[in-house]
Design a protein around this ligand. Structure first.
Ligand code: FES
Ligand code: FES
Length: 161
């Protein structure tokens, strides 16, 4: 018997998108394959690495553990939606400035996680940064520059608000 297809509506990066998905379609696959938003990366597909993190109604979620149908009617922000037009967000600029990335595979997940972290806690301590990014793995940087980038992003956000 063919799998049932569900019509869902997602607001992705401020744009309403309607898409037909089988019930078991992962949000990560829906974003990447159905909507063409390949900025969301997929690493482990088991909820471990955090590469696939996106914001669902502003909260970070692992899109590889989320069925697309459960996001029906909700707002999603992916890495493509963090910038303000051509201007990168403070978190994006801070990662670039502090060399918080090397290969960049983990970066979309970090950028989404850190965006949510700083909204919640605009001036985190080192310990709070470590805890905040503990669900995101990076195989390249050794994390030191990522931690610097989070603090720099906090400064830039404060300067610009
Ligand atoms: S791909 Fe989703 S947590 Fe690793
Ligand atoms: S920059 Fe390569 S995995 Fe993080």
């Amino acid at each position: 018997m063919p799998e049932r297809v569900h019509e869902i509506t997602l607001t992705v990066n401020g744009t309403v998108r309607r898409v037909a998905v089988p019930g078991r379609r992962l949000l990560s696959d829906c974003l990447r394959h159905d909507l063409g938003l390949t900025g969301t990366h997929v690493g482990c597909e088991h909820g471990v690495c955090g590469c696939c993190t996106v914001l669902l109604d502003g909260e970070p979620v692992r899109s590889c553990l989320t069925f697309a149908v459960t996001a029906d009617g909700h707002e999603i922000t992916t890495v493509e939606g963090l910038a303000d037009g051509e201007r990168m967000s403070p978190v994006q600029r801070a990662f670039a400035e502090c060399h918080g990335l090397q290969c960049g595979f983990c970066t979309p997940g970090f950028l989404c996680t850190v965006t949510a972290l700083l909204r919640e806690n605009p001036a985190p301590t080192d310990e709070e940064v470590l805890e905040g990014i503990s669900g995101n793995l990076c195989r390249c940087t050794g994390y030191q520059n990522i931690i610097k980038a989070v603090h720099r992003a906090a400064e830039l956000t404060a300067e610009e608000s």
